[in-house]
Design a protein. Structure first.
Length: 254
């Protein structure tokens, strides 16, 4: 019985415990903090009109920089910022907007989010049909979260709307029919903070994406039920052990 209790306790501990030893990439600027595994998958056309893919994954050594509001701009109801992630000639850019006082914007009032994503890259594949530098662009409303909350999502992907071939400094050509680009993230936590210092760990509560909201609601219930079951089992085991310790006739063994 005792062995079964220990096994159950270990199982419940594994549910409750969250490992902090995972090497999750983290990228920071003066007003943004991005954690998680970020990849971009390019599906391109080869010389013989067949398709192939190239995956770009940003390592923990990738460089992050950007532009942040300063001075009186921090008081504006609409604030703009940029976040760039660079590695090996590729650049992933997020254009952010924080809305604290206006309606009819890409981001709801009282929220912040990304209004545009751009991925600059060059395939450099021997079999690619179209040579040259590219820009994948997607406009919309992504990673929205209430002000002073961290956007958190365990897994998500976003397809870029268009892929442009950079012909020269003033000309670009749409090659979306020949190439597609998809942004992928795993375990992403994204924070925009309109202050002069970065938040401390856990200072900004998580705001989960729709896919994770159901999981976030169910997990506490499962853990609570498991802990309640453990209490009942321990109590029953104690009573059984107590009963066995009592000798026939009602006297406790010594």
């Amino acid at each position: 019985m005792n062995n079964k209790i220990l096994i159950l306790a270990f199982f419940i501990g594994a549910i409750v415990y969250t490992s902090s030893s995972d090497n999750v990439p983290s990228y920071k600027t003066n007003c943004t903090l991005l954690n998680g595994t970020i990849t971009v998958i390019v599906n391109y056309t080869k010389n013989e009109n067949r398709r192939s893919t190239v995956t770009y994954e940003f390592s923990p050594n990738a460089t992050a920089n950007g532009l942040c509001p300063k001075g009186d701009q921090l008081k504006d109801p609409i604030q703009h910022a940029t976040f760039n992630l660079k590695e090996n000639g590729t650049v992933l850019t997020f254009e952010l907007l924080q809305n604290t006082g206006k309606t009819n914007t890409a981001v709801d009032q009282g929220h912040w989010g990304v209004t545009k994503m751009t991925f600059k890259y060059e395939l450099q594949q021997a079999d690619e049909k179209i040579q040259g530098k590219r820009e994948a662009i997607s406009n919309g409303s992504f990673f929205n979260a209430p002000v002073n909350r961290t956007y958190s999502c365990s897994k998500d992907k976003i397809a870029f709307e268009s892929v442009l071939l950079v012909v020269n400094a003033t000309s670009k050509r749409n090659i979306s029919d020949n190439e597609t680009v998809v942004f992928n993230e795993k375990g992403m936590g994204f924070i925009y903070f309109n202050t002069t210092k970065a938040p401390n760990s856990g200072e900004y509560d998580n705001y989960y994406c729709k896919a994770d909201q159901k999981v976030a609601d169910v997990v506490p219930i499962i853990v609570g039920c498991a802990l309640a079951a453990l209490v009942v089992i321990v109590l029953v085991a104690y009573l059984i052990g107590r009963r066995r310790a009592v000798a026939p006739g009602g006297y406790e063994r010594v």
